[in-house]
Design a binder for this molecule. Structure first.
Ligand SMILES: Cc1cc2nc3c(=O)[nH]c(=O)nc-3n(C[C@H](O)[C@H](O)[C@H](O)COP(=O)(O)O)c2cc1C
Length: 366
């Protein structure tokens, strides 16, 4: 059985260990142009220096109206690829597998960044009208007045945007592309019955509602080279009861995503509606959902566990017990960019990680 420091081979790509830096929006494109800045470079490269096997960018919007906030990262043009390329190269230089999260925020777009003085939707010149499966806005305290319901032609346009974004991401040099299908953003809005009440071929039953995430995954897979993996992040449950999206639905969808080329399901949860009821968000709170996908699909697809993984022992346990193939960590990587090196020290695995020589005195081999 593998442990945290064993490499993971997916297609022709070898990830040096099982630690993944989870995508984390930095809301730091101060010019509101979606172009990566020095902050993104420092943030991502330092986590590669810290030894993580895979470092994923924050949600990179496939089109401008797909940004959560005006300061979000974008990947909708060659200029965006060029801005990211040096960061990707530097991460690879430090031994990390590099990943981009391709995203569209749907009806949750055009909001103030979390550390702005105001919160909720951005109205006025910096904001825009979000799009979604229906015209119903996300129920912020002061919601957007309206959401533009995507027509069939516009849905096809969104799929094209994912295709073009994947091409730009490839030009930037990324090894892995992750389709962001979680957290109440556009693709999740389509597959969840809470938000998709359409009656055309892009809504209705399970097949219609999941069509967009399947088509986007298929499209990204068409662009992405055969030797590089495609991940899909899903919200395993809406936390809103049996009439909403459930873990059983996720297990079924995971199988269908494998059929269209997904190599790893990154299993998150929630985000579709403020009425969601999480029993708790404590240690490893979402790992059982990753396990559900693992148990149903075995070796047919790799699985990532995320949520409340914060300790070396905890991360190692997830891998050792075969609960998932990657231990994905967000907030712990904000606290400790060198989490993987720290974990190797604590778990007696210093001979199995890459320590930059400049830092060797802090991370001795014995
Ligand atoms: C600052 C911050 C930004 C985030 N941005 C994203 C994002 O861009 N895409 C995404 O899928 N999840 C995002 N998340 C969610 C994390 O990737 C992760 O799923 C969540 O924080 C749970 O993991 P943790 O307990 O290790 O923090 C973000 C989380 C944080 C704390």
């Amino acid at each position: 059985m593998a442990d945290l420091f064993d490499p993971l081979e997916l297609r022709g790509t070898t990830i040096r260990n099982r630690v993944m830096v989870s995508p984390m929006c930095q809301y730091s494109c101060e010019a509101m142009d979606g172009l990566a800045t020095d902050w993104h470079h420092q943030h991502l490269v330092s986590r590669a220096v810290g030894g993580a096997g895979l470092v994923m960018s924050e949600a990179a919007a496939v089109e401008p109206r797909g940004r959560i906030s005006p300061q979000d990262l974008g990947i909708w043009s060659e200029e965006h690829a060029e801005a990211l390329a040096p960061t990707v190269e530097a991460m690879r230089g430090h031994g990390a597998t590099t990943a981009v999260q391709l995203a569209h925020a749907g009806r949750k777009a055009s909001t103030f960044r979390p550390f702005a003085e105001e919160s909720g939707p951005v109205h006025g010149s910096d904001g825009w009208t979000p799009v979604g499966p229906t015209e119903t806005p996300y129920p912020h305290e002061e919601p957007h007045e309206t959401v533009e319901r995507l027509s069939v032609a516009e849905i096809e346009g969104v799929i094209d945007s994912f295709r073009e974004a994947a091409e730009h991401a490839l030009d930037a040099g990324f090894d892995v592309a992750e389709v962001h299908g979680a957290h109440g953003y556009l693709l999740h809005e389509f597959y969840s019955p809470v938000t998709n009440t359409r009656e055309d071929d892009w809504g209705g039953d399970f097949h219609g509602r999941t069509r967009l995430v399947r088509e986007v995954t298929r499209t990204v897979r068409e662009v992405w080279p055969d030797d590089r993996p495609v991940f899909v992040r899903l919200s395993a449950t809406d936390w809103m009861g049996e009439d909403a999206w459930t873990v059983d639905d996720t297990v079924r969808l995971a199988g269908e995503l494998v059929d269209v080329g997904a190599d790893l399901i990154d299993v998150s949860s929630g985000g579709i509606h403020p009425d969601q009821e999480l029993p708790h968000a404590g240690p490893h709170y979402q790992t059982p959902y990753a396990e559900a996908v693992r148990e149903a699909h075995g070796e047919d697809v790799a699985v990532g566990a995320v949520g409340g993984i914060t300790t070396p022992e905890g991360a190692n346990e997830v891998i050792l017990n075969g609960r998932a193939d990657l231990a994905i960590m967000a907030r712990e990587h904000l606290r400790d960019p060198y989490f993987t090196l720290t974990a190797a020290r604590e778990l007696g695995a210093m001979d199995r990680v890459d320590v930059p020589p400049q830092y060797a005195r802090a991370f001795p081999r014995s």
